[in-house]
Design a protein around this ligand. Structure first.
Ligand code: A3P
Length: 305
Protein backbone atom coordinates (compact mmCIF):
# COMPACT_ATOMS: atom_id res chain seq x y z
CA UNK A 1 0.00 0.00 0.00
CA UNK A 2 1.17 3.50 -0.83
CA UNK A 3 1.94 5.61 2.24
CA UNK A 4 2.38 9.35 2.76
CA UNK A 5 2.75 11.68 5.69
CA UNK A 6 -0.23 14.01 5.71
CA UNK A 7 0.20 17.73 6.10
CA UNK A 8 -0.53 17.58 9.81
CA UNK A 9 1.99 14.76 10.18
CA UNK A 10 -0.63 11.98 10.27
CA UNK A 11 0.34 8.74 8.59
CA UNK A 12 -1.87 8.22 5.55
CA UNK A 13 -2.30 5.08 3.55
CA UNK A 14 -3.92 4.70 0.15
CA UNK A 15 -6.53 2.00 0.06
CA UNK A 16 -8.78 1.40 -2.96
CA UNK A 17 -7.95 4.86 -4.30
CA UNK A 18 -8.65 6.83 -1.14
CA UNK A 19 -6.35 8.15 1.57
CA UNK A 20 -7.07 7.02 5.12
CA UNK A 21 -5.42 7.86 8.43
CA UNK A 22 -3.43 4.68 8.94
CA UNK A 23 -4.57 4.36 12.55
CA UNK A 24 -8.22 4.11 11.46
CA UNK A 25 -7.88 1.77 8.49
CA UNK A 26 -8.03 -1.52 10.45
CA UNK A 27 -11.29 -0.54 12.16
CA UNK A 28 -12.74 0.86 8.94
CA UNK A 29 -12.03 -2.43 7.19
CA UNK A 30 -13.36 -4.42 10.09
CA UNK A 31 -16.63 -2.47 10.23
CA UNK A 32 -16.97 -2.77 6.47
CA UNK A 33 -17.15 -6.53 6.93
CA UNK A 34 -18.74 -6.87 10.35
CA UNK A 35 -21.24 -4.07 10.86
CA UNK A 36 -24.79 -5.39 10.45
CA UNK A 37 -27.11 -2.62 9.31
CA UNK A 38 -30.75 -2.63 10.33
CA UNK A 39 -33.46 -1.38 8.00
CA UNK A 40 -34.22 1.42 10.46
CA UNK A 41 -30.63 2.71 10.72
CA UNK A 42 -29.70 6.23 9.68
CA UNK A 43 -26.08 6.52 8.58
CA UNK A 44 -24.58 10.00 8.59
CA UNK A 45 -21.81 10.12 6.01
CA UNK A 46 -19.75 13.27 5.91
CA UNK A 47 -16.61 14.88 4.64
CA UNK A 48 -14.49 15.79 7.69
CA UNK A 49 -15.08 19.44 8.69
CA UNK A 50 -18.27 19.79 6.67
CA UNK A 51 -20.58 20.10 9.67
CA UNK A 52 -20.68 16.52 10.99
CA UNK A 53 -21.17 17.78 14.55
CA UNK A 54 -24.10 19.93 13.44
CA UNK A 55 -25.73 17.08 11.51
CA UNK A 56 -25.35 14.78 14.51
CA UNK A 57 -27.10 17.31 16.74
CA UNK A 58 -29.89 17.87 14.20
CA UNK A 59 -30.66 14.22 13.45
CA UNK A 60 -30.46 13.28 17.13
CA UNK A 61 -32.94 16.03 17.97
CA UNK A 62 -35.28 15.15 15.10
CA UNK A 63 -35.32 11.45 16.01
CA UNK A 64 -35.77 12.01 19.75
CA UNK A 65 -38.16 14.96 19.72
CA UNK A 66 -40.98 12.86 21.15
CA UNK A 67 -38.80 11.79 24.09
CA UNK A 68 -37.07 14.99 25.16
CA UNK A 69 -38.42 18.52 25.17
CA UNK A 70 -35.84 20.95 23.78
CA UNK A 71 -34.98 22.31 27.24
CA UNK A 72 -34.32 18.74 28.44
CA UNK A 73 -32.23 17.71 25.46
CA UNK A 74 -29.20 15.48 26.16
CA UNK A 75 -27.37 17.86 23.81
CA UNK A 76 -27.25 20.36 26.66
CA UNK A 77 -25.05 17.97 28.62
CA UNK A 78 -23.20 15.91 25.97
CA UNK A 79 -21.15 16.73 22.91
CA UNK A 80 -22.99 15.57 19.75
CA UNK A 81 -20.14 13.12 19.03
CA UNK A 82 -20.89 11.36 22.32
CA UNK A 83 -24.58 11.02 21.42
CA UNK A 84 -23.95 9.90 17.85
CA UNK A 85 -20.62 8.04 17.67
CA UNK A 86 -18.84 6.83 14.55
CA UNK A 87 -19.49 3.25 13.41
CA UNK A 88 -15.82 2.50 14.05
CA UNK A 89 -16.30 3.32 17.73
CA UNK A 90 -18.63 0.30 17.95
CA UNK A 91 -17.11 -2.10 15.44
CA UNK A 92 -13.35 -1.97 15.23
CA UNK A 93 -10.53 -4.41 15.17
CA UNK A 94 -9.41 -6.42 18.17
CA UNK A 95 -7.09 -3.65 19.44
CA UNK A 96 -9.80 -1.03 19.78
CA UNK A 97 -11.67 -0.17 22.94
CA UNK A 98 -15.25 -0.42 21.66
CA UNK A 99 -18.59 1.02 22.66
CA UNK A 100 -21.39 -1.50 23.22
CA UNK A 101 -23.72 -1.60 20.22
CA UNK A 102 -26.55 -3.39 22.01
CA UNK A 103 -27.29 -0.28 24.09
CA UNK A 104 -28.19 1.82 21.06
CA UNK A 105 -31.94 2.22 20.66
CA UNK A 106 -33.78 2.29 17.33
CA UNK A 107 -33.66 4.15 15.09
CA UNK A 108 -29.87 3.96 15.46
CA UNK A 109 -28.05 7.01 14.17
CA UNK A 110 -24.45 6.21 13.30
CA UNK A 111 -21.82 8.13 11.45
CA UNK A 112 -18.86 7.68 9.17
CA UNK A 113 -16.38 9.67 7.10
CA UNK A 114 -15.65 6.82 4.71
CA UNK A 115 -16.30 7.12 0.97
CA UNK A 116 -19.45 5.47 -0.40
CA UNK A 117 -17.56 2.44 -1.71
CA UNK A 118 -16.02 1.81 1.72
CA UNK A 119 -19.29 1.81 3.68
CA UNK A 120 -20.08 -1.49 5.43
CA UNK A 121 -21.31 -4.02 2.87
CA UNK A 122 -24.56 -4.50 4.81
CA UNK A 123 -25.55 -0.86 4.23
CA UNK A 124 -26.31 -1.44 0.55
CA UNK A 125 -28.15 -4.66 1.28
CA UNK A 126 -30.43 -3.23 3.97
CA UNK A 127 -33.09 -0.55 3.69
CA UNK A 128 -31.19 1.78 6.00
CA UNK A 129 -30.80 5.37 4.87
CA UNK A 130 -27.77 7.56 4.34
CA UNK A 131 -27.61 11.29 4.99
CA UNK A 132 -24.56 12.78 3.31
CA UNK A 133 -23.15 16.19 4.13
CA UNK A 134 -20.32 18.01 2.39
CA UNK A 135 -19.05 21.56 2.12
CA UNK A 136 -17.25 23.76 -0.37
CA UNK A 137 -13.63 22.59 -0.34
CA UNK A 138 -12.18 26.06 0.23
CA UNK A 139 -13.88 26.36 3.61
CA UNK A 140 -13.26 22.69 4.33
CA UNK A 141 -9.53 23.24 3.88
CA UNK A 142 -9.49 26.26 6.22
CA UNK A 143 -11.52 24.38 8.80
CA UNK A 144 -9.16 21.38 8.63
CA UNK A 145 -6.14 23.63 8.90
CA UNK A 146 -7.40 25.05 12.21
CA UNK A 147 -8.57 21.67 13.47
CA UNK A 148 -5.17 20.08 12.90
CA UNK A 149 -3.43 23.03 14.50
CA UNK A 150 -5.50 22.72 17.70
CA UNK A 151 -5.52 18.90 17.95
CA UNK A 152 -2.09 17.42 17.63
CA UNK A 153 -3.30 14.01 16.53
CA UNK A 154 0.19 12.72 15.79
CA UNK A 155 2.17 13.87 18.82
CA UNK A 156 5.63 13.81 17.25
CA UNK A 157 4.58 15.32 13.97
CA UNK A 158 6.02 18.40 12.37
CA UNK A 159 3.13 19.92 10.40
CA UNK A 160 3.74 21.39 6.96
CA UNK A 161 3.31 25.07 6.21
CA UNK A 162 0.08 26.56 4.92
CA UNK A 163 0.98 26.60 1.21
CA UNK A 164 2.34 23.07 1.22
CA UNK A 165 -0.75 21.84 3.06
CA UNK A 166 -2.96 23.47 0.47
CA UNK A 167 -0.95 21.87 -2.29
CA UNK A 168 -1.44 18.40 -0.77
CA UNK A 169 -5.15 19.06 -0.28
CA UNK A 170 -5.43 19.98 -3.98
CA UNK A 171 -3.67 16.73 -4.85
CA UNK A 172 -6.32 14.90 -2.87
CA UNK A 173 -3.84 13.72 -0.21
CA UNK A 174 -5.91 14.13 2.93
CA UNK A 175 -7.71 11.65 5.19
CA UNK A 176 -10.81 10.30 3.34
CA UNK A 177 -9.77 12.21 0.22
CA UNK A 178 -9.58 13.05 -2.59
CA UNK A 179 -12.55 15.21 -1.58
CA UNK A 180 -13.92 15.25 -5.15
CA UNK A 181 -14.04 11.45 -5.32
CA UNK A 182 -15.75 11.37 -1.93
CA UNK A 183 -18.41 13.87 -3.00
CA UNK A 184 -19.02 12.43 -6.44
CA UNK A 185 -19.36 8.91 -5.02
CA UNK A 186 -22.24 9.97 -2.76
CA UNK A 187 -23.63 12.38 -5.37
CA UNK A 188 -24.01 9.57 -7.89
CA UNK A 189 -25.48 7.27 -5.25
CA UNK A 190 -28.01 10.00 -4.44
CA UNK A 191 -28.92 10.47 -8.11
CA UNK A 192 -29.37 6.76 -8.49
CA UNK A 193 -31.51 6.34 -5.40
CA UNK A 194 -32.63 9.59 -3.75
CA UNK A 195 -34.79 7.69 -1.23
CA UNK A 196 -31.67 5.91 0.04
CA UNK A 197 -29.21 8.82 -0.01
CA UNK A 198 -30.03 12.39 0.97
CA UNK A 199 -27.36 14.82 -0.26
CA UNK A 200 -26.84 17.97 1.81
CA UNK A 201 -24.43 20.87 1.62
CA UNK A 202 -23.26 22.98 4.57
CA UNK A 203 -23.95 26.19 2.63
CA UNK A 204 -27.61 25.22 2.11
CA UNK A 205 -28.06 24.42 5.79
CA UNK A 206 -26.63 27.82 6.66
CA UNK A 207 -28.96 29.51 4.18
CA UNK A 208 -32.19 27.90 5.38
CA UNK A 209 -31.91 25.61 8.35
CA UNK A 210 -35.68 25.34 8.98
CA UNK A 211 -36.34 24.08 5.47
CA UNK A 212 -33.47 21.60 5.78
CA UNK A 213 -34.54 20.29 9.19
CA UNK A 214 -37.95 19.55 7.65
CA UNK A 215 -36.27 17.84 4.72
CA UNK A 216 -34.11 15.74 7.09
CA UNK A 217 -37.15 14.68 9.15
CA UNK A 218 -39.09 13.69 6.04
CA UNK A 219 -36.15 11.71 4.73
CA UNK A 220 -35.72 9.96 8.08
CA UNK A 221 -39.34 8.89 7.87
CA UNK A 222 -40.58 11.05 10.74
CA UNK A 223 -41.91 14.26 9.14
CA UNK A 224 -43.13 17.08 11.37
CA UNK A 225 -46.89 17.11 11.88
CA UNK A 226 -48.87 20.26 11.21
CA UNK A 227 -49.32 20.59 14.93
CA UNK A 228 -45.56 20.45 15.54
CA UNK A 229 -44.95 23.01 12.81
CA UNK A 230 -47.63 25.24 14.32
CA UNK A 231 -45.99 24.99 17.74
CA UNK A 232 -42.62 26.01 16.30
CA UNK A 233 -40.83 22.72 17.00
CA UNK A 234 -38.75 22.98 13.82
CA UNK A 235 -37.46 26.42 14.83
CA UNK A 236 -36.77 25.19 18.38
CA UNK A 237 -34.63 22.31 17.11
CA UNK A 238 -32.81 24.59 14.67
CA UNK A 239 -32.03 26.99 17.49
CA UNK A 240 -30.94 24.27 19.90
CA UNK A 241 -28.48 22.95 17.29
CA UNK A 242 -27.26 26.34 16.11
CA UNK A 243 -23.56 27.11 16.18
CA UNK A 244 -23.94 29.90 18.76
CA UNK A 245 -25.96 27.73 21.10
CA UNK A 246 -23.79 24.61 20.96
CA UNK A 247 -20.49 26.48 21.10
CA UNK A 248 -21.48 28.25 24.29
CA UNK A 249 -22.60 25.19 26.22
CA UNK A 250 -20.28 24.34 29.11
CA UNK A 251 -20.01 20.74 27.89
CA UNK A 252 -18.60 21.83 24.54
CA UNK A 253 -16.09 24.26 26.00
CA UNK A 254 -14.15 21.58 27.85
CA UNK A 255 -13.24 17.95 27.67
CA UNK A 256 -12.46 15.52 24.90
CA UNK A 257 -14.26 13.14 22.56
CA UNK A 258 -13.20 9.96 20.79
CA UNK A 259 -11.22 8.38 23.56
CA UNK A 260 -9.56 11.59 24.61
CA UNK A 261 -7.98 12.31 21.25
CA UNK A 262 -9.90 15.39 20.13
CA UNK A 263 -10.87 18.47 22.10
CA UNK A 264 -14.61 19.19 22.29
CA UNK A 265 -14.19 22.89 21.65
CA UNK A 266 -12.27 22.35 18.40
CA UNK A 267 -15.50 21.22 16.73
CA UNK A 268 -16.89 24.73 17.11
CA UNK A 269 -14.65 27.34 15.54
CA UNK A 270 -16.36 29.97 13.40
CA UNK A 271 -19.26 28.24 11.65
CA UNK A 272 -19.44 30.49 8.60
CA UNK A 273 -19.48 30.24 4.84
CA UNK A 274 -16.65 32.01 3.02
CA UNK A 275 -14.05 32.21 5.80
CA UNK A 276 -11.51 30.99 3.21
CA UNK A 277 -11.37 34.52 1.79
CA UNK A 278 -9.60 35.60 5.01
CA UNK A 279 -6.77 33.12 4.46
CA UNK A 280 -6.27 32.03 0.85
CA UNK A 281 -4.36 34.17 -1.65
CA UNK A 282 -6.17 34.88 -4.90
CA UNK A 283 -3.84 32.41 -6.67
CA UNK A 284 -4.76 29.66 -4.22
CA UNK A 285 -8.46 30.38 -4.56
CA UNK A 286 -8.17 30.39 -8.35
CA UNK A 287 -6.35 27.06 -8.30
CA UNK A 288 -9.11 25.49 -6.21
CA UNK A 289 -11.91 26.93 -8.32
CA UNK A 290 -10.26 25.57 -11.45
CA UNK A 291 -9.77 22.19 -9.81
CA UNK A 292 -13.45 22.07 -8.82
CA UNK A 293 -14.44 22.98 -12.35
CA UNK A 294 -12.39 20.11 -13.74
CA UNK A 295 -13.30 17.50 -11.15
CA UNK A 296 -17.03 18.25 -11.00
CA UNK A 297 -17.47 18.83 -14.72
CA UNK A 298 -20.52 17.05 -16.06
CA UNK A 299 -21.53 15.74 -12.61
CA UNK A 300 -24.08 18.48 -11.92
CA UNK A 301 -22.49 19.09 -8.53
CA UNK A 302 -21.86 22.74 -7.66
CA UNK A 303 -21.05 24.76 -4.53
CA UNK A 304 -21.86 28.26 -3.36
CA UNK A 305 -18.55 29.64 -2.17
P1 A3P B 1 -15.27 26.06 10.86
O1 A3P B 1 -13.93 25.50 11.21
O2 A3P B 1 -15.32 26.64 9.49
O3 A3P B 1 -15.82 26.97 11.88
P2 A3P B 1 -17.19 18.80 11.59
O4 A3P B 1 -18.31 18.84 12.57
O5 A3P B 1 -17.52 18.00 10.36
O6 A3P B 1 -15.92 18.46 12.23
O7 A3P B 1 -17.08 20.28 11.01
C1 A3P B 1 -16.66 21.35 11.82
C2 A3P B 1 -17.08 22.63 11.18
O8 A3P B 1 -18.49 22.85 11.37
C3 A3P B 1 -16.39 23.83 11.83
O9 A3P B 1 -16.30 24.81 10.81
C4 A3P B 1 -17.39 24.19 12.91
O10 A3P B 1 -17.24 25.49 13.42
C5 A3P B 1 -18.69 24.02 12.16
N1 A3P B 1 -19.85 23.79 13.05
C6 A3P B 1 -19.89 23.05 14.18
N2 A3P B 1 -21.12 23.09 14.71
C7 A3P B 1 -21.88 23.87 13.91
C8 A3P B 1 -23.25 24.30 13.97
N3 A3P B 1 -24.04 23.93 14.93
N4 A3P B 1 -23.68 25.11 12.97
C9 A3P B 1 -22.85 25.49 11.98
N5 A3P B 1 -21.55 25.14 11.88
C10 A3P B 1 -21.07 24.32 12.85
Amino acid sequence: LERRTGWDGQHLVNYEGFWFPEMFLPSIRSSRNNFVAKNTDIILATVPKSGTTWLKALTFSVANRGIYAVDQSPLLKSNPHKLVPFIQEYIGDEHDKLLPMENVSDPRILSSHVPFVMLPYSVAKSECKIIYLCRNPLDQFISLHHFFASNKIEKEAVPLGFEESFDMFCQGIIGFGPFWEHMIGYWNAHLENPKKVLFLKYEDLKEDIVLNVKKIAEFMGCPFSEEEVGKGVVEEISKLCSFGNLKNLEVNKNGYVMDGVLKNNTFFRKGEVGDWANYLSSEMAERMKKLMEIKFEGSGLTFKI
